[in-house]
Structures are given as structure tokens and as C-alpha cells.
Ligand binder design. Structure first.
Ligand SMILES: *[C@@H]1O[C@H](CO)[C@@H](O)[C@H](O)[C@H]1NC(C)=O
Ligand SMILES: *[C@@H]1O[C@H](CO)[C@@H](O)[C@H](O)[C@H]1NC(C)=O
Ligand SMILES: *[C@@H]1O[C@H](CO)[C@@H](O)[C@H](O)[C@H]1NC(C)=O
Length: 249
């Protein structure tokens, strides 16, 4: 009895000291592991990621990946020079329903290239906060936004550096070059003009009619913001396990 208690305490101690004492953790059994020297590495990663989609829907705690069905983004800032615009508690999904047009990983160069697309409409909802000039409107408001995106596609180049942690080699991902292309959107917003629902409705119509030019205006900030989300997700995965476990030789 005493021994068990002691063992339990030790265990708690070890787990709570994770950054200092590296526990032996295991990859989830459903993850198909690819070998970094496999000539078919890219094909292997592609099929491994495609197989992972149903698990990505719910999130994969062992890899510190949160649910993508939908993905909760606590704050998404897409401000431009003309307008401060950010979303809070924004959900977007089904983000796990991607197709992979291309993927290439090189662990000598420490670089991953991704080309993903979303044939399914992506549905976003949350609070918006806007202050500044958008099209012809001067806006200073916040409210609810409901937006559907079609033909979402992204290209990313993510660079890493190999580092040694606890005598094991890890890939430390440091920067991302991301381009997000959105085919079109359709949105609805509340409270753009607090006391004027009619003007709010008409403004929303104008936004939807000008979706293409708005997409152009926000392409840079959207790419940067989504890039950071992807980079952080990749960082969490690759900081959880050494390279020799994630992509053994
Ligand atoms: C986001 O949602 C959480 C939980 O529902 C809530 O506590 C928080 O205040 C919300 N944040 C904003 C900025 O709406
Ligand atoms: C988004 O699409 C859903 C159905 O997928 C629909 O119910 C909703 O009204 C659409 N929202 C907007 C703002 O177009
Ligand atoms: C937009 O949202 C308002 C408020 O929730 C709602 O009354 C209206 O029906 C919505 N319009 C569309 C086109 O979805």
C-alpha cells in the first residue's frame, strides 16, 4: 500500500517535471510512421496525413494537436493599414477535410513544403472587432460574424533547425512562408451599425458583392495569421517527440 502511494507520488512528480525529466512517451498507435531516408518519404507522409484526418477531427492530445472540427482560434488578427480587424473565439471548420495536392519533406535541409486545398466549404463563426476604413465605410463596432469560404487553398514553406534536447535531436520549426488563397466567401454580420439593423444589412450585402476585392485586400494579413497557426501546430508536434521517433532513419 505504502509502496503504491510512493510510486504514485513519484509518477506525478515525474509527469509534472516533464521539461526536466523526459518521460518515455509513445506515438499514438494509429499514426503511420514514415522513415526519413525512404525514397518514397513524401508519398508516405501524404498517405499518413490523409489517414490521420478522422483523428484530427477530434484532436490528437499525444501530438498536442487540437480539434480541427472545428478549429477554435481564440484570436485571429487580420488588420491592414486601413483597418484594425480581429476575430475572437472564432471557429473554423471542417479543417480536417483537406486534400493534399503536394507535400515534400526534407529532414537534411530541415524543410517542409505543403500544398493543401479544401474542396468542402469552410464555415467560420465568432466575434468580430473592427475599427477603421473598409470599402467606403468607416466602422467602429463589434458583433457576430458568420462566414463561409469556398475553394480555400494554401501553400506553405516551413523551415526548421535541428537542435539537441536531452541528448536527442529535435526539429525546431522557426519560420513559415504561407500563402492562403480563398476562392470566395459569403458572410453575415450583426451590429456593424449598432442602432441601425437596416444599414447593417445593406452593408453586409455590399461586403458580399465586393468579396473578391476584399479577399485581395486581406490576402496578406490572412496568410500571415493562418501561417502562424500552422507554424505553431507544427512546432507543437515536432517539439513533442525527437526526430528519431517521429521520422526514424
Ligand atoms: C471566448 O469564449 C470564452 C469561453 O466561452 C469566454 O470566457 C471568453 O470571454 C470569450 N472571449 C471573447 C473575447 O469573447
Ligand atoms: C453558410 O453555409 C451554411 C450551410 O453550409 C448556411 O446554413 C449558412 O447560412 C451560410 N452562411 C452564410 C453567411 O452564408
Ligand atoms: C444574418 O443574421 C441576422 C441576425 O442573426 C439574421 O436575422 C439574418 O437572417 C441573417 N441573414 C442571412 C442572409 O443569413
Amino acid at each position: 500500500m505504502k509502496m503504491n502511494l510512493l510510486a504514485a507520488c513519484l509518477c506525478v512528480l515525474v509527469i509534472s517535471c516533464l521539461p526536466i525529466i523526459e518521460c518515455k512517451r509513445e506515438l499514438p498507435p494509429f499514426l503511420k510512421v514514415c522513415h526519413r531516408n525512404d525514397p518514397q518519404l513524401n508519398q508516405c507522409i501524404k498517405s499518413s496525413l490523409l489517414d490521420l484526418r478522422p483523428h484530427l477531427a477530434n484532436g490528437i492530445p499525444a501530438l498536442k494537436v487540437s480539434s480541427l472540427h472545428p478549429l477554435l482560434i481564440t484570436r485571429l488578427d487580420i488588420s491592414t493599414n486601413d483597418v484594425k480587424l480581429y476575430y475572437t473565439n472564432f471557429t473554423l471548420g471542417p479543417m480536417e477535410q483537406f486534400e493534399i495536392n503536394d507535400i515534400s519533406a526534407d529532414f537534411d535541409k530541415c524543410q517542409i513544403l505543403l500544398d493543401f486545398s479544401y474542396p468542402k466549404e469552410q464555415v467560420g463563426q465568432g466575434q468580430y472587432h473592427i475599427n477603421g476604413q473598409l470599402l467606403l465605410f468607416h466602422l467602429d463596432s463589434e458583433g457576430w460574424v458568420d462566414v463561409n469560404f469556398t475553394d480555400v487553398r494554401f501553400n506553405a514553406k516551413i523551415n526548421c533547425k535541428k537542435i539537441i534536447k536531452n541528448e536527442q535531436e529535435y526539429a525546431d520549426f522557426q519560420d513559415i512562408d504561407m500563402k492562403v488563397k480563398i476562392g470566395d466567401f459569403h458572410l453575415n454580420m450583426t451590429d456593424l451599425f449598432k442602432d441601425d439593423p437596416e444599414l447593417t444589412r445593406n452593408t453586409v450585402v455590399v461586403f458580399n458583392e465586393n468579396s473578391k476585392s476584399l479577399l485581395e485586400e486581406f490576402e496578406g494579413p490572412v496568410s500571415a495569421a493562418i501561417g502562424q497557426i500552422v507554424l505553431q501546430a507544427v512546432q507543437r508536434v515536432f517539439s513533442s517527440f525527437p526526430l528519431d521517433i517521429l521520422v526514424p532513419p
